[in-house]
Design a protein around this ligand. Sequence first.
Ligand code: ZN
Ligand code: ZN
Ligand code: ZN
Length: 304
Amino acid sequence: MSELRFNELRGEEVAYAIHRQDRTFLPDRDHCPLDPTRPGGPATEIPLAQFEIVVFDNRFPAFEAPAGAAEVVVYTDEHDGSFGALAAERAEALMWVWRHRYMELGAREDVEYVYIFENRGVEIGVTLHHPHGQIYGYPFLPPVPALELAADTRLGGCSQCIAMERERADGRRIIYENEAVLTYVPHAARWPYEAHVALRRHRDSLLTCEPEELRLLSVGLQTLVRGYDALFARAMPYVMAVHQAPTGGDRRDGHLHVEFYPPLREADKLKYPAGSEQGAGTFISDVLPEDAAAALREAILRAS
Ligand SMILES: [Zn+2]
Ligand SMILES: [Zn+2]
Ligand SMILES: [Zn+2]
């Protein structure tokens, strides 16, 4: 079982999940636990000979009932691939899987916040290369979404809607848009090539999106990820973070958007969160968001 402790100085929870030390670490190609279980082959986590998208409970959960949840979402039964390389229909189907998990986990008494995310690349600490993401059901409201809700209060309206107005008025940091989503490098991005994909209309979560919006969200996400891979002509490591309304209590504020934090500042140079970032909490970046946006626009064109 994991244990939660409250760090008084930081005002935040820390989760201890000791058993996770034993989890599978970069298995060789023939022993991938997220592969289908092929006839005559070794049993994997997934007892199916083939599949499209599979969700299961994380065997090494950071959170579990009755105090939260941790799930794994496998995007495809093909080991060598990525979110960006999925067929369009599969990426669209993934949005419906996310929506379903948000609904089901969000309905649980012990889940205050449903967090869908993907870690990609060894630079991020990925232990399995098979294309997959994760979902945590936090038994409390974590600090980052809490900060966004606090911004809503401070600004007297939806901070995401206000941010998009600002980006639109300026224009230099917008890198992509379709009928449903706007993709931009935030005015004060922390990571060199950070980008956000936000629903243009105010939608608190995947649950309140129209089917066409879900489809166009998947198009926007894939467009960005393909652009990332084209930027330095290599698979771009990133953290993908889906932010939506909390599901605990009666608060339903929030605005669906997906944030990407790639840790590279050049093809072979990592941006480490170091002294200033960790000890003082202030990011120091050497790429201006306007320049990052221009480079990403060009990379997206190259990728399409
Ligand atoms: Zn695999
Ligand atoms: Zn909004
Ligand atoms: Zn956010």
